[in-house]
Design a protein around this ligand. Structure first.
Ligand code: AR6
Length: 169
């Protein structure tokens, strides 16, 4: 049984086996959570991301997939990078957002992670409405068989926190 917990705050301050990064397919950093994770985690994360680009993901990490690196100086063992979909008003991309959560948990299981911290993937730069993203995130975690004992959603602002809290009911 996986416990789903909520915290309001900065995910880079969390202690967990794995911290999920809302990355982009370049894996080479960006703004938002991605920028914060690389800033606080230090250069070891980017070095491993570059190696992954060179070895397995020459064309970038596809949207909806996930891959792990070291967590560098973060209080975690791994960062699991996943690429959320950009919000579209005309195309239903919710399967890709669900896939981010499923794949991040699959990678976490492969690593043996027991606690995993997730940000609200796609709800920042990628503009996904947070109520809808919260529903997809919580439903997907609930429906995914995993040995992870705690999935902790770490929400930066009050609006996102409240949206996730409503989903958990
Ligand atoms: N801790 C927790 N949540 C955070 C933090 C933090 N330190 N910083 C921001 N958030 P975003 P996306 C929240 O934009 O929408 C990057 O440039 C933020 O308030 O980080 O998936 C990547 O490189 C929002 O609710 O990710 C990609 O290019 C949520 O995290 C692109 O942004 C996600 O916002 C990915 O966009």
């Amino acid at each position: 049984m996986t416990a789903i917990t909520l915290v309001q705050g900065d995910i880079t301050r969390q202690s967990a086996d794995a911290i999920v990064n809302a990355a982009n397919s370049s894996l080479l950093g960006g703004g938002g959570v991605d920028g914060a994770i690389h800033r606080r985690g230090g250069p070891a994360i980017l070095a491993e991301c570059r190696e992954l680009r060179a070895s397995r993901y020459g064309k970038g990490l596809p949207t909806g997939q996930a891959v792990a690196t070291t967590a560098g100086d973060l209080d975690a063992r791994w960062v699991v990078h996943t690429v959320g979909p950009v919000w579209s008003a005309t195309e239903d991309r919710s399967g890709l957002l669900a896939s981010c959560h499923r794949e991040a948990l699959r990678v976490a299981d492969e690593l043996g992670a027991r606690t995993v911290a997730f940000p609200a993937i796609s709800t920042g730069v990628y503009r996904w409405p947070v109520e809808d993203a919260a529903r997809i995130a919580v439903d997907t975690v609930r429906a995914t068989p995993t040995a992870v004992e705690e999935v902790r959603f770490v929400l930066f602002d009050d609006r996102a926190y409240q949206a996730f809290a409503r989903q958990l009911g």
